[in-house]
Write a protein that binds this ligand. Structure first.
Ligand code: SF4
Ligand code: SF4
Length: 665
């Protein structure tokens, strides 16, 4: 597998897109792409904040243990330099045992970086003395240095031109042993991996534990030994809060406010902002990305520790070790070493490389905000759920291609609500369409049955009518028999009408298409029905073309029957609206009453022949079946919606007819 080149990256399968890392990233170096939080190498300052906050372990750093093993195998003199935060990591391992374990990995020497911290502290002390009343920013945290080079390049001249303790120690070792040696740094910081080409490999304490495990090294199979010289003095407290200042013995300056210490993501950014804005002047800024190096991302997370060791316990472990160290320090030798190595050059330079986000115009920002449903300031919630401090910051990141609209929680929730609403409407439409299909299949088979019955009855009824009329003529001198025969003729006629209705329902009758004015047709249908005085009729006629091809008599029958039904449904009076409107090549008729409504149980049976809710003798139950048949013969549709429950809203029924304007052959 190819070696990972990025120092910090995302294991995509683990990322749950919670935006926590986006929120915690001071460099805004995390881009949400296809629903995953990807680290942009060119923006990342390798602070490791994202690694510390990701509960899914989706953010990880590059493991360089392979490089360490390779370097040990291929070189004679490989020196390990251990960061002074080691007592915070290996609290249950005596420092001599730890030095022995590291040596067992194959290192020729194991030294402490804290001697480099002693040397650097002196450099800072001199700098502060020489440049009194001039603002300076410490450069011992590599993530801070990169942050300033990338995002505040105008502040680069304020960075103290002094190398970090790690690089200083590297220079000491090369002076002592020559340039052919290889140097491996071991510490809590991942930004060290990319800090300087003077260090061959930099690994974290976590990686050191991996190496121990790989090589089967543990305290029990190790011969303890001390760290190799040169030994450090107060540099041992460097990794804890204000460590550099304690190393410099400059507590007074802190009390006088000449030195400002800011540690952790929010604090260091605030200090830089204030410094840049000129609110803090003539001060030295001691900035750390983490809350002390003991909280670096390369420290093992709990539960590696035997107890719930956290920040203060780690501090205490470092302080205790430093105290022991100072107690046993050969001060004369230390002074000699300091004198010897402080002659080395510990200067460095910086490379400004502006990577700040483009600041778009307000118009562009406003347009992005509006796209997320934010039209005025009251819509700018600044809830930070997206990972950005404000809605405007989020919009700027979107314009810079670093973020997506969907990261805005209220916007996404609203979008989801809309989807759900649309889905519900689609489901309802689907249900209605399924119901309509079931209904029309049922009515189609009933139509077939009705057509068969009607056809079989038509001929005998014709014979009955014909012979009854012949007999009636022959019995002209017998009034009683004539009356009886007339009764037979009347009832046979009634049966023929029923048969005609069935044929209409079964769509087996002829349609006589002629050009009709639909406005007039409706007016005529209304006037053919007796409207009670307590029923108010309102008609919305077609405003555009009123003409259509239809069978005048059949359509008059349809509308007259529907109007009669509506009036029957409003025994106590009400409103009857007939609304007509054009829709494409169709005309839609809505016949709406405010009557008693039709129960849900009956709604599905309405168009079934002989179904009626009227008392026996008050209706054949063919009216709506005939309407259904006629509309279908015109290639249209008829549907009904109704509410019979006053608790569910106003009662009433709407019949909707869709009628194509032109005849379809
Ligand atoms: S913190 Fe970042 S990497 Fe981790 S799950 Fe959340 S979005 Fe993904
Ligand atoms: S390491 Fe720091 S700068 Fe890089 S992506 Fe993570 S939080 Fe951002």
């Amino acid at each position: 597998m190819a070696k990972q080149t990025k120092i910090v990256y995302t294991i995509k399968e683990r990322c749950r897109v919670c935006y926590t890392c986006v929120r915690e990233c001071p460099a805004k170096a995390i881009k949400i792409i296809n629903g995953q939080a990807e680290v942009l190498d060119e923006r990342c300052i390798t602070c490791g904040n994202c690694i510390k906050v990701c509960s899914q372990d989706a953010k990880v750093f590059r493991i360089d243990t392979g490089d360490v093993l390779e370097i040990i195998e291929n070189n004679e003199q490989v020196i390990a330099m251990v960061a002074p935060s080691f007592p915070a990591e290996f609290e249950n391992i005596d420092y001599k045992v730890l030095a022995g374990m590291i040596r067992q990995l194959g290192f020729s020497q194991v030294v402490e970086v804290s001697f480099g911290a002693d040397l650097i502290a002196l450099q800072y002390k001199k700098l502060l003395h020489d440049t009194e009343n001039q603002s300076k920013i410490s450069s011992d945290c590599p993530a801070i240095v990169t942050f300033i080079e990338y995002y505040h390049p105008n502040l680069v001249p304020y960075l103290a031109p002094i190398v970090s303790p790690m690089v200083a120690m590297g220079r000491v070792l090369r002076k002592k042993f020559g340039n052919q040696i290889k140097v491996v740094f071991i510490g809590p910081c991942i930004a060290k991996k990319d800090e300087s080409s003077e260090i061959d490999v930099a690994i974290t304490f976590r990686e050191l534990r991996e190496l121990f495990e790989l090589k089967g090294i543990n305290p029990e199979n190790t011969v303890p030994c001390d760290f190799d010289p040169p030994h450090s003095g107060k540099g041992a407290v460097f990794p804890i809060s204000r460590g550099l200042l304690q190393t410099m013995e400059m507590e007074e300056d802190i009390l006088e406010g000449n030195i400002i210490v800011a540690e952790g993501r929010s604090a260091f950014q605030e200090a830089i902002k204030e410094f840049e804005s000129g609110y803090i002047k003539d001060n030295h800024l001691e900035l750390l990305c983490c809350e002390g190096c003991i909280m670096g991302p390369g420290m093992s997370p709990y539960p590696y520790f035997a107890s719930n060791a956290r920040r203060y316990q780690k501090r205490s472990n470092v302080s205790k070790y430093a105290a022991v160290k100072l107690e046993n320090l050969d001060k004369e030798q230390w002074k000699k070493d300091i004198e010897e190595y402080s002659k080395l050059d510990f200067s460095r330079t910086f490379t400004p490389s502006d990577r700040s986000m483009l600041r778009p115009s307000w118009k562009e920002i406003e347009s992005v905000l509006q796209h997320m449903g934010k039209f005025s300031e009251k819509d700018y919630l600044d809830c930070a759920a997206c990972g950005y401090e404000s809605c405007v910051d989020h919009a700027v990141a979107i314009i810079n291609g670093l973020a997506e609209n969907e990261m805005c929680l209220p916007f996404t929730i609203e979008k989801l609500h809309n989807y759900i609403r649309e889905l519900n409407i689609s489901n309802e439409k689907l249900d209605n369409a399924q119901e309509a299909l079931k209904q029309s299949e049922k009515l189609a088979s009933l139509g077939q049955l009705s057509a068969g019955i009607a056809h079989e009855l038509n001929n005998p009824l014709g014979v009955i009518t014909m012979y009854s009329n012949i007999l009636k003529d022959e019995m002209h001198d017998n009034k009683i028999i004539q009356d009886d025969l007339q009764l037979i003729v009347d009832q046979a006629d009634r049966c023929k009408k029923i048969v005609g209705g069935l044929l209409n329902f079964a769509r087996k009758n002829q349609v006589n298409f002629t050009e009709l004015d639909l406005n007039k047709l409706i007016q005529h249908s209304v006037s053919s029905v007796i409207i009670p005085s307590n029923v108010n009729v309102e008609i919305k006629f077609l405003k555009d073309d009123p003409m259509a091809m239809a069978d005048r008599d059949q359509m008059t029958q349809v509308f007259s029957n529907l109007i009669k039904n509506s009036i029957d449904a409003m025994p106590d009076g009400g409103n009857l609206s007939i609304e007509m409107q054009s829709k494409g090549s169709d005309v839609i008729f809505n016949i709406i009453d405010t009557g008693t409504g039709i129960s849900k149980d009956n709604l599905g049976k309405l168009f079934t022949p002989f179904f009626t809710t009227k008392p026996i003798g008050k209706g054949t139950g063919l009216g709506l079946a005939i309407i259904y048949g006629i509309v279908k013969m015109h290639k249209g549709d008829v549907t009904v919606s109704s509410n019979a429950d006053p608790n569910a809203g106003p009662t009433g029924t709407t019949f909707k007819i869709r009628l194509p304007r032109h005849r379809i052959e």
